[in-house]
Design a protein around this ligand. Sequence first.
Ligand SMILES: [Ca+2]
Ligand SMILES: [Ca+2]
Length: 107
Amino acid sequence: MALLLLAAVVVALTPVPASAQSAGMDRADFDSARDSFFSSADRNGDFALSGAELMNAMGATDAQIFDGDDADGDGLCSYSEYLDSGDQLFHQLDEDGDGTLSSQELQ
Ligand SMILES: [Ca+2]
Ligand SMILES: [Ca+2]
C-alpha cells in the first residue's frame, strides 16, 4: 500500500479551488502534488524520507514506511522509490484509465 502517496494527494487537494477539484486531477497535477509533498517532507534534503520525516510531514505521532514505499528495504523511502510507488498509486486510483483522477476516483 502506498499510503504515503495517498496522504500526499489528499494534502495537495485541500488548497485546490472547488472548480479544479470537481474537474479532478490530471497526471501533471498529481506529479506536482507529490513533488511538493516530498520536498516539504524531506527536512534534511537527502532525497529520501525517513520514518521521522514522515511523522513530521503527516502530523502523526507514529508512522512507518510501508513496504510499497521502500522497495529495497533499507528503511528509507528514496526519491526513486517514491516515484515508483506514485506511479502505482496513480494507476490504482485511475479506475477508468483515462489518465485523470476524477473527484469520484479520489474519494
Ligand atoms: Ca529504500
Ligand atoms: Ca480516471
